[in-house]
Design a binder for this molecule. Structure first.
Ligand code: UD1
Length: 419
């Protein structure tokens, strides 16, 4: 495990480009398992999680080539539908290959997932949904086997919570259940769901209503190939925007979809950040004062994203007063708070709510990265603090941030990775 050394009291200036979305690329790769012909994916970020997903496709017998952000997926001649534990344990999103493989080949086995340690993350909605779609599910020694038992004409799946992963998993699986009509109610509305639906429709599936709470799928048998460009990563974009604001910087963020970040812009504007739109896909971020305190409720899209919650707490730790962040997606996602306290931040957490009392200064320290987005929050705190910060066990940051050291250096931060 490596560490990042961050020089404090930075002021981020200049410009950077946002990469393709990790959370879009992962389900689109899982959906590429359905394809009977070659698929070309562009704007694919070179990240550990994306590499893991490519390895999963390879282990399923598909051929994957990846160069300069473009991945080519060729269908399997001899498919394998038992995905090894070593691949699945690395990342929760890998579980989403279970349904597509079982729908296409009749049966599949995948281990229960691993992934970021942000509290309990069950897969019950996935399994109940697959059962409603006509699969039998067996769980033995941590391995889940799905077997396509019967053809269902019509089914309504109502999710208890708009889970991103369950929506994507069930939508992709249903897409090739020939003759089955599926409605997913209380579906997640995240932009990544729309991107996945776009991809599915390009390969010949029939998915309607993605981006709303009700998605309708008419299962189809034949799929074709296609070429598809992955949307920009709104969480990566949001992380850099927060970092620029947190360091009272003045910089331009390019290649983002501004409409995907409305909730973040609203919060940051309230706290004093100035945004000027340079182009349709490009925004200038300027901050010249300590943030004004804000109250944030973290909710599913279009609300404030949970994947920016650790970063915004780091930003608010030097606000002019007391801020509140209520987390409703992963209620125990506050492991980063203990680490932020080491910098001198004053934060209390009770029952899914963080109260952040702004302090005058943070001091550089040694900290541990507990999960991917927590690591990003610690980088932001390190840039804000006085002195040097060392972030240990930081490698998981590379699961979600392409070239983060190079990108921050381009914004004139002094940051170094040591193995
Ligand atoms: C995805 C994102 C992740 C983000 C999260 C919420 C990817 C690869 N990951 O994760 O970055 O933080 O959405 O925006 O896209 N739940 C259940 N049972 C289930 C499924 C979910 O109880 O079967 C609960 C979870 O514990 C959580 C909530 O639903 O409290 C939302 O989780 P979900 O939207 O499924 O997150 P992921 O898809 O895992």
């Amino acid at each position: 495990m490596g560490r990042l050394i961050v020089q404090g009291q930075a002021r981020l200036v200049g410009s950077i480009k946002v990469s393709g979305s990790k959370n879009s690329a992962l389900p689109v790769f899982a959906a590429a398992l359905l394809c009977d012909e070659k698929v070309i994916l562009q704007n694919v970020p070179d990240l550990m999680d994306v590499r893991t997903m490519m390895e999963i496709l390879v282990s399923a017998g598909y051929r994957v080539d990846f160069e300069n952000g473009t991945a080519t997926v060729n269908p399997a001649t001899t498919p394998n539908t038992v995905i090894p534990y070593e691949l699945v344990r690395k990342m929760r999103a890998s579980f989403n290959v279970l349904g597509p493989l079982a729908a296409k080949y009749g049966t599949a086995s995948v281990s229960l997932p691993g992934g970021c340690s942000i509290g309990v993350r069950p897969v019950d909605y996935h399994l109940e949904g697959l059962q409603k779609l006509g699969f039998s599910i067996q769980v033995e020694r941590g391995i889940v086997t799905a077997h396509l038992e019967s053809k269902i004409d019509h089914v309504i799946i109502s999710l208890p919570f708009p889970s991103v992963g369950a929506t994507e998993h069930l939508m992709t699986t249903a897409a090739i259940l020939d003759g089955t009509h599926v409605i997913i109610e209380n579906a997640a509305m995240e932009p990544e769901i729309e991107d996945l639906a776009d991809f599915l429709n390009k390969i010949g599936c029939r998915v309607f209503g993605a981006g709303t709470r009700r998605i309708e799928i008419f299962g189809t048998k034949r799929t074709t190939g296609c070429s598809h460009r992955i949307i920009p990563d709104r969480i990566e974009a949001g992380t850099y925007i927060i970092a620029i604001a947190a360091t009272r910087g003045d910089a331009v963020v390019e290649n983002l979809n501004i409409s995907h970040l409305t909730a973040l812009f609203d919060v940051l504007k309230t706290s004093g950040v100035i945004f000027s739109q340079v182009r349709q896909d490009c925004v200038r971020v300027t901050m010249s004062e300590s943030p004004r305190p804000v109250k944030i409720q973290v909710t599913p899209y279009p609300g404030f994203p949970t994947d920016l919650q650790p970063q915004i707490i780091a930003f608010l730790s030097k606000a002019q007063g007391t801020s509140t962040v209520i987390e409703t997606v992963f209620k125990s996602r506050f492991q980063h708070v203990d680490e932020l306290r080491r910098f001198g931040a004053k934060i209390e957490v009770t029952d899914g709510t963080a109260i952040i009392h702004g302090v005058e200064k943070l001091s550089g320290v040694q900290v541990n990265a507990t999960d991917l987005r927590a690591a990003a929050a610690l980088v932001i705190a390190g840039l804000m603090a006085e002195g040097i910060t060392v972030i240990n066990e930081v490698d998981q940051i590379f699961r979600g941030y392409e070239n983060i050291v190079e990108k921050l250096s381009k914004l004139s931060a002094v940051i170094e990775y040591q193995e």
